[in-house]
Design a protein. Structure first.
Length: 247
């Protein structure tokens, strides 16, 4: 369990989006309440599969992951996240206190911080803020950034600014956070049914959406630039351009 909650909040963490992956419902709710009181944007799930579904629709900066999870274990999940999101902040929060577990968390899981339960709530907040500052301060020179609030894309050159539709934003967020920046067509189509509570987008409509987005990029890129979204035969689509998410 997390130690007694201290509800006083200092500073602000509203710019940090946190995914809490914990299968103990009571602990998950307790940690979420505490972090929300400190202005974090918290998304709680109970397993790796639920996290994958969440990340297809929501940008995440920081992760808190338990090692004992149903299905894919926490160590495997951490390793997969580190491979697909090298700059993300990853915290392991677990009851496993043995030295070999700690070493595995860092060496095999790629965790930034390994915390053992019971966790001090104040320490957790400070660790998240520290990691969050690191994530936000990473040098993005030469890369694109995507503003979720304004639905705009800004390239490294001032002229490279694009306005996105709601559907284009959903597509890019999903690809940015997917493993290898690649998702199956069916998964992408299903995203829109969850977003709009309507039927899934057809594959033909998805092709047209990707085509329009490619044209937008092409209109501000130099001649001969690589295709931004590549078709992957028998799978779906891959994003080939580094894009940073900005809230």
């Amino acid at each position: 369990m997390i130690n007694q909650l201290g509800m006083g909040s200092t500073g602000t963490s509203s710019q940090f989006s946190v995914a809490l992956v914990e299968d103990d419902r009571l602990l998950r709710e307790e940690v979420e309440i505490h972090l929300v009181s400190h202005q974090f944007l918290v998304h709680s799930v109970n397993c790796a599969t639920a996290l994958d579904d969440l990340m297809a629709r929501t940008p995440i900066d920081l992760f808190i992951i338990d090692l004992n999870l149903p299905g894919e274990d926490g160590l495997s999940l951490c390793r997969r996240l580190r491979q697909s999101m090298p700059t993300a902040g990853i915290i392991i929060m677990t009851a496993k206190v043995a030295l070999h577990d700690r070493l595995a968390g860092y060496s095999h899981g790629g965790a930034d911080v390994y915390l053992t339960k019971p966790v001090s709530p104040d320490e957790l907040v400070l660790v998240l803020r520290s990691l969050g500052r690191r994530v936000k301060l990473i040098d993005t020179v030469g890369e694109w950034s995507m503003s979720l609030r304004n639905r705009t894309l800004q390239g490294p050159e001032p002229r490279q600014k694009l306005r996105l539709t709601s559907r284009e934003k959903i597509l890019l967020v999903a690809l940015i956070q997917a493993k290898d920046n690649t998702l199956e067509s069916g998964v992408l189509c299903d995203l829109y049914s969850k977003e709009d509570s309507n039927e899934a987008l057809s594959k033909h409509a998805l092709e047209e959406l990707v085509g329009r987005l490619r044209k937008k990029f092409k209109s501000v890129q130099s001649e001969g630039a690589e295709v931004v979204i590549k078709s992957v035969w028998g799978v779906g689509y891959q994003l080939c351009l580094p894009i940073n998410l900005v809230h």
